[in-house]
Design a protein around this ligand. Structure first.
Ligand SMILES: [Fe+2]
Ligand SMILES: [Fe+2]
Length: 236
């Protein structure tokens, strides 16, 4: 169970006055992009693509911090809209498109093409900067199938999309998609991510995420979890 609300205070004092409102690294969603999300979300309901998109957006934002030369006005709408084309693929066929062992390349291409078509409509509807739209659509049309990156913006979108798989939400999602245990999902995602990234920053992020999930699988860590209680406190 994830602890969302603190109910115990082992320390015994209120520390909240020491917490900054907006420390470096904590990100918010810009209102223009929040408006875009309202159009995207209904098209992303299949197979957790909505939550996938938000987390991939967060990773793209972090990668943009490391690449000031990249155009955020291209990267951010592209990552937010990259998977809306799955809405045009029958839900029962979405997982067969990306399943290990071959998949359905025709459906992967279909979701890219349909995604670019729908994104053009949404961006026009939102009066998005027309000068940026061709680059956004070019990234969406090929985000999975194209082996090379056309630009730093394309590289960031591809890297954020793939690195998500190794995030806690990505591992949870892949476990559910294919009926895998956590260790199997970690190995599957690791073999499908590390050698396919473009930026040094995403490579480092992905290795960190794989390392943390690996430790969770170690018997030493599992024994602590199975023992229950406040192992983090008794350790000190
Ligand atoms: Fe995709
Ligand atoms: Fe994606």
């Amino acid at each position: 169970m994830t602890k969302l609300q603190a109910t115990d205070n082992h320390f015994g004092q209120d520390v909240s006055a020491s917490i900054e409102a907006e420390p470096d690294g904590v990100i918010a969603l810009d209102p223009d992009l929040a408006a875009l999300w309202e159009f995207a979300a209904p098209l992303l309901r299949v197979r957790n693509n909505d939550a996938h998109t938000l987390y991939a957006f967060g990773l793209a934002s972090a990668l943009l911090d490391a690449h000031p030369e990249a155009d955020a006005a291209v990267v951010l709408p592209a990552i937010m809209l990259h998977d809306i084309g799955w809405s045009q693929v029958p839900p029962s066929e979405v997982l067969s498109a990306i399943a290990p062992g071959g998949g359905r390349p025709d459906l992967v291409l279909l979701h890219e093409k349909e995604g670019a078509r729908l994104a053009a409509e949404i961006l026009a509807e939102c009066s998005y900067d027309a000068l940026k739209i061709p680059a956004v659509l070019e990234i969406i049309d090929g985000h999975d199938s194209r082996r090379e990156a056309l630009s730093i913006e394309d590289a960031i979108v591809k890297d954020a999309d793939k690195t998500w798989r190794l995030s806690p939400h990505g591992i949870d999602t892949v476990m559910d998609w294919f009926g895998l245990d956590r260790g199997q999902a970690l190995r599957l995602c690791s073999q499908r991510v590390h050698s396919h990234l473009f930026t040094a920053e995403a490579k480092a992020m992905a290795r960190a995420l794989s390392a943390l999930e690996s430790v969770t699988e170690w018997p030493q860590r599992q024994r602590l979890l199975n023992a229950g209680g406040d192992e983090s406190l008794t350790r000190i």
